[in-house]
Design a protein around this ligand. Sequence first.
Ligand SMILES: Nc1nc2c(ncn2[C@@H]2O[C@H](COP(=O)(O)OP(=O)(O)OP(=O)(O)O)[C@@H](O)[C@H]2O)c(=O)[nH]1
Ligand SMILES: [Mg+2]
Ligand SMILES: [Zn+2]
Length: 346
Amino acid sequence: MSKRKLNRRQEWRAEKIQQERQVRSHKKERDLSRQVQSGDLSSEQHGLIICRYSKHFEVEALEGDDKGSVHRCVSRNNLGTLVAGDKVVWRAGSDKTGVIESRLERSTILERPDNFGNLKAVAANINQMLIIIACEPAPQPNLIDRYLVAAELMDIRPILVLNKADLITQGNSEKLESLLERYKALGYLTSKIVSSRHRESDLSNLPGLVDQRTSIVVGQSGVGKSSFINTLLPDALLEVGELSHASGEGTHTTTKAKLFHLPCGGQLIDSPGIRDFSLWHIGIAQLQEGFIEIAALLGRCKFRNCQHELEPGCAILSAVEDGRIGPERFSSYERTKEAILDQQKR
Ligand SMILES: Nc1nc2c(ncn2[C@@H]2O[C@H](COP(=O)(O)OP(=O)(O)OP(=O)(O)O)[C@@H](O)[C@H]2O)c(=O)[nH]1
Ligand SMILES: [Mg+2]
Ligand SMILES: [Zn+2]
């Protein structure tokens, strides 16, 4: 079969799939309207998205007699992406089902580009980011910095949390301590969990940091994000995966962001560990704002359009030279800048 013919056929198939989708979506809308008219659905109320599955959502009732119960809901068409943490208007149906009618405005949204460069929402209305690191898989400072940039740009508080402290040895402690110290020196909060695998873990300093906040738990696959939530909330029963024997990396066990309530009043959102939290969607000016020690010096260079690369009188390069900006952070900034510029050229 010629390539052209194959392409036509593929086009026809894509069109057909599109038409079928439209028919299905019209039918769904018609059925939902019929259910509302026949009184099968409750009046509108506020709800919270706990988790998004491929075709439905877990929605928690935020008001009424049913407050706190979780319903399996479908959504009306054209609501855009709904993610864990989104507040919605919905109607309850029978047997813990329901229909999402609209989404309320978000205070924050964490987004990241997927491997194809499309921006994907991860979680909404968060006001804190717990960046989990561990001795294994080994921390990637550039990834930590990218998360920090995302938190800075969202204007939410990041906390660096060292997990798997039970695996800290004389051999690896110095490196981990100096990594944490670097971020502490920048003014970031850091915390240590003795072990998220053992119930008797010392998590006592964490509640103060997480209560009354909605925190997204992020970090490389395998650092123990889900284990950490299971320890705080044994009923969460999140799936936990061994590290790969071959690579020592995590095996991408968690695939969906999911929200949990803490007894102390806060919320935690577990998220899938990713290989590369890209920042392709932001500009260089935003990147500079996200590195707080660089942001503090913006506007102080001799030339107004200074690129902080080779220019004389550059306030940032001179801070790198005399150690006010650490070499690791600056090279991390340069690496991320290159990645963003590379992506923009494509
Ligand atoms: N020694 C030790 N192992 C831990 C600790 N916390 C988690 N682990 C182990 O680390 C591995 C990965 O844990 P997960 O909780 O699945 O990690 P995750 O960050 O949720 O990984 P993804 O869902 O893939 O992003 C599992 O084998 C856990 O048993 C800890 O505090 N100490
Ligand atoms: Mg997980
Ligand atoms: Zn400069």
